[in-house]
Design a protein around this ligand. Sequence first.
Ligand code: HEM
Length: 407
Amino acid sequence: MREPDPAIAATCPMRGSDDRRTAVISGLGAGPEITRDAQGAWIIRSLSLARQVLKSTATRQAGFAAESMDPLPASIKRPVIFLEGHVHNEMRRGTARYFTPRAVAENYHLPMSALADRLVAELIARGSANMDDLGLELAMTMTAQIVGLTETGITGMAKILDRMVQPIRMQPRHPLYPLVQMIHGRVTFLRFYVAHVRPSIRARRKQPRDDVISHLISIGYDNPSIAIETATYAPAGMSTTREFMSLTVWHFLDRPALKARFLASTDEEKRSILEEILRLEPVVSQLMRRTLEDIELQAEAETVTVPKGALIRIDTRAANHDPAVTECPFALNPDRTLDTNMTRAVLTFGDGIHRCPGIYVALQESAIFLSKLLAVPNLRAAAAPQLRHNPQVGYELRNFTLITRPA
Ligand code: HEM
């Protein structure tokens, strides 16, 4: 069994050896290092195999409905997350400057801090607030700045994007499900384009700025291709960071010692604590790839050949808890040692060419906001948030009300 089961937590010498909160709704379940599911897809649970797949040049992106774009004409450019090879490298190189620690410090630190101050001041004035709303506004505002979606209102845009990643309310087995889902997707996308993307493109065609949309215009992207790229960036940056911030607040509010340690830490230590929470509870629960030719994977006991055309599902949660990499993997322990050359968040931000460019943005914006929020006197949760699973994102926390009035 690769995914350490509760028996491992029970034998762990540390106190509080199973601190996971989202495990009940996320992940592909316990099982061997490599196996196949009922549909024939290959399930991977060890960090070593996951990295071999993500670093292979003989695979292509198969997550986030990548293959649904295959029938579209070649004139419509694919978003970066669906590109491979040279074109992908070029796009990452062209946009890397928006994501460096220096860019984040110089361009976004002040607006992040000002927005966090306002949201925390409003929470104190009202005495309560919904953490899912605070996280949505914060994550959407920062992502919108990087992408260049700054001509229209953040709240309306965040709501449309949230609708884009929510499954439709219909039984997936219903015969009309695929049709209704397609119509829902297209209508939501069109609303996003007309209300938010088109005004931003117009403004930047007149006066370019330092953001992703201006870069896309400079390399000749047309409006539909820009719209598709922004519709990928926006949920990628918004939904993940929003859920992560809510989860972190939930953990901190129940652990006064960890909260005090976080508040007293340097910026670097804060990021390290946040990465440990992300290792324990990765937001995106699976990464998917399709093999372009037969690939050989070196498992613990044998070499496994995955044939051309196979679908691979990587369980990020299991890889982050790989017992070969760390001890007591279910414990929230910022002082843990990890036997890997990866960051402390392990596979939470992916690996290989598609590794998330927004890591530093997400960690920095969370550290700034949480430093201000957790310092609010009498801050507590009205009740535990409702947990649910979104197949496109991972875990979601809703109805998470924070209160600041004395008990
Ligand atoms: C806690 C927050 C975040 C998490 C957990 C996260 C997670 C991930 C993961 C796992 C991938 C790799 C997907 C794959 O390999 O199939 C990814 C890719 C990506 N992320 Fe993030 N992300 C976060 C924040 C952000 C932010 C803030 C932005 C932008 C503002 C962003 C933009 C992207 C983009 C554009 C890609 C595609 C990169 C490529 O394919 O080359 N992410 N993210």
